[in-house]
Design a protein around this ligand. Structure first.
Ligand SMILES: Cc1ncc(COP(=O)(O)O)c(C=O)c1O
Length: 375
């Protein structure tokens, strides 16, 4: 059997440099919410053109804490794109709010025309655009519409650290941006997340939510034990080990994203020569960071999406579908909003292996498998 070509390869982007940071944490004796976390927050928010960063244990916690800090609760309606991972919608329902789905364009991102209709129909408290696959959503249009309807904007940047629109990083366009450092993401700490924002009060509320709503940080408590809680909070903390790893990952982010772009360029060149296969992601003035490379299977291709998936699997190449639209998930049966295009895309999309430093040999194997001359 030929070797497997995986969908992701985190080991390609994690070097020995991580070990030194972890050693420092062990030697310091400060294992969670300490100097490494603060440094990671500062550097990550700085790299994303925002003043405040709050590191947490996942992007789900980041989104949840953001919405909660913005006051979202049972009376509120939040718009999320139909094509995203379940977490983007779940956080709204976890807070008791109503999820309304926004349809997407052919590249999978929120369609501003659909958003306009929804904002005119529902009383919307917040909108969560997702920069799907690493491609920035149309933030100029989305923030303008949200402002007209007095809705907050929380960007789900789980796929997109380092992505920009006209040079301005995603995460800095809305009221806040939420990142994931899950194992397969462009920046990984195994598990982890971050909120970035220019709103100091919002950042302070999220800091409290992350640490049991204690009135003092661990630093302040060291100087004076006095302890109080003035609300209900969680344990959403990031450990110092994760923060140390995040710092070293951040140093390599540009290099890793550039490597992803090179892999993407080779795929794009190949796909142009294959009838019936398409790629949508070429938006002007945006810098795509290719968390995933998603191909669309058109009518002119000899195989259906599922047949292509089987063909890749037979050749030991891992692929996936990102994502079944939220409206397809059992728990969201009957959800409101618009999702016709997302439903159509669902039958056409397939994610093929994408990771920094992918060997040309492995990539060639994927490309050859996409070239289908007969059924
Ligand atoms: C678009 C999107 N949002 C949110 C999340 C949740 O991230 P986490 O696993 O860090 O909670 C993910 C995870 O894959 C995601 O893809």
């Amino acid at each position: 059997m030929v070797n497997e070509v995986p969908l992701y390869k985190p080991e390609n982007v994690i070097g020995d440099e991580v070990i030194e940071g972890i050693r420092e944490v062990l030697a310091s004796g400060w294992l969670t919410l300490g100097p490494k976390t603060r440094a990671f927050e500062e550097e990550f928010s700085g790299a994303h053109a925002t003043e405040h960063g709050v590191a947490v244990n996942s992007c789900t916690s980041a989104l949840y804490a953001c919405l909660r800090a913005l006051g979202v609760g049972e009376e509120d309606t939040v718009v999320v794109p139909a094509m995203t991972f379940s977490a983007t919608a779940n956080v709204v329902r976890l807070l008791g709010g109503e999820v309304v789905l926004c349809d997407v364009t052919s590249n999978g991102n929120m369609d501003p025309d659909s958003l306009r209709r929804l904002l005119e129909t529902y009383d919307v408290t917040a909108v969560i655009p997702v920069h799907l696959y690493g491609l920035p959503a149309d933030m100029q249009a989305i923030t303008k519409l949200a402002e007209q309807h007095e809705a907050a904007v929380v960007e789900d940047c789980a796929h997109a650290p380092g992505a920009t629109i006209e040079g301005k990083p995603v995460g800095s366009w809305g009221d806040a941006g939420c990142y994931s450092f899950y194992a397969t993401k462009n920046v990984t700490t195994g598990e982890g997340g971050m909120v970035v924002t220019n709103d100091q009060q919002l950042a302070e509320r999220i800091r409290k939510l992350r640490n049991h709503h204690q009135t003092k940080s661990p630093d302040e408590k060291r100087d004076n034990w006095g302890y109080d809680v003035d609300g209900l909070g969680f344990n959403f903390r990031m450990s110092e080990f994760q923060a140390a790893m995040g710092l070293s990952q951040l140093e390599r982010l540009d290099e890793m994203n550039e490597s992803r772009r090179q892999v993407a360029q080779r795929y794009r060149n190949a796909i142009e020569g294959i009838e019936g296969l398409y790629w949508y992601g070429d938006e002007s003035n945006t810098e795509h960071v290719f968390h995933l490379f998603v191909v669309q299977v058109g009518d002119g291709y000899p195989l259906t999406r599922n047949e292509l998936y089987d063909r890749l699997t037979e050749r030991n190449i891992v692929s996936g579908v990102h994502y079944p639209p939220i409206s397809e998930l059992t728990y969201y049966d009957g959800v409101g909003g618009e999702y016709a295009i997302a439903t159509e895309l669902y039958n056409r999309i397939i994610s093929i292996p994408m990771y920094p430093k992918m060997s040309e040999r492995d990539q060639q194997r994927v490309i050859e498998t996409l070239h289908v001359t007969e059924r």
